[in-house]
Ligand binder design. Structure first.
Ligand SMILES: [Zn+2]
Ligand SMILES: [Zn+2]
Length: 250
């Protein structure tokens, strides 16, 4: 049964019938599942991927860690990173529903996919989970920060500490859409600073390790600037985790 077109009915049904496919809302067994019809539509990143940006790489599972060509050319400032999905097909639909579709309830189930993608990095934890912030004006328009919802759900799942407002977006940046790689970088220069009222939170993780969460990674410019903000403020190693990443150009 397709119920997405009727948001009020859909919300009512979710209350009494919570286990639904993340993509099509059909009933599934257990929370956080995807129905059999939708599984093939979800471009999950599994197998060998770049240690730094999480891009899928050709090669056998279990192979030694590798860096992709993009990261070899221009090394990101974080220690290691992963993404759960490629940002296309049904995964793109999920991100857009979380972000613009008033479906904050999706965050808990999506945290299960984040947890799965994070597995290789879990032995490096516990880390302080920190979402990439929205600028205040955008936050007021959207009423919630989708990355903070993911960060909170993951924190509950892993029992790692989280801090929703450790990073501040110190100025409103243009939307990144349509900007080139260098344009994205320039647009974000110095955009993130540490919240002075929260700096002491960094010590809640051993060696001040941070897990930075965002919904979508495009070129990595946002994550790079946020990492620099954290490092300038005294954070130790920074790791990144995104729900979906745009497939790198080949
Ligand atoms: Zn489905
Ligand atoms: Zn890479």
């Amino acid at each position: 049964m397709k119920i997405q077109a009727l948001p009020a009915l859909s919300a009512a049904i979710r209350m009494i019938w919570p286990a639904q496919c993340l993509v099509c809302s059909d009933a599934v067994d257990g929370d956080g599942g995807v129905c059999p019809a939708c599984w093939p539509d979800l471009p999950m990143i599994s197998g060998l991927c770049c240690r730094l940006c999480g891009a899928p790489l050709p090669g056998a599972m279990g192979a030694a860690e590798a860096d992709c060509d993009d990261c070899l050319r221009s090394r990101p400032p974080w220690t290691a990173g992963r993404a759960a999905f490629l940002y296309e097909g049904a995964a793109r639909q999920l991100v857009l529903q979380l972000k613009h579709g008033d479906r904050p309830d999706l965050a808990r189930a999506l945290a299960a996919r984040l947890h799965h993608a994070l597995r290789p990095l879990i032995p490096r934890g516990p880390m302080l989970i920190v979402p990439v912030p929205l600028h205040r004006l955008r936050f007021l328009r959207r009423r919630y920060n989708q990355s903070a919802l993911l960060a909170r759900a993951l924190s509950q799942r892993l029992d790692w500490p989280w801090c929703p407002d450790l990073l501040l977006r110190s100025r409103a940046t243009q939307l990144q859409d349509g900007l080139s790689r260098s344009g994205r970088r320039d647009n974000l220069q110095g955009a993130f600073t540490l919240n002075p009222a929260r700096v002491k939170e960094i010590s809640r993780a051993p060696e001040a390790k941070i897990l930075l969460i965002d919904d979508v990674m495009t070129t990595g410019a946002t994550l790079a600037e946020a990492t620099k903000g954290l490092r300038n403020g005294g954070a130790g190693e920074v790791f990144t985790l995104t729900l979906a990443r745009v497939a790198p150009a080949v």
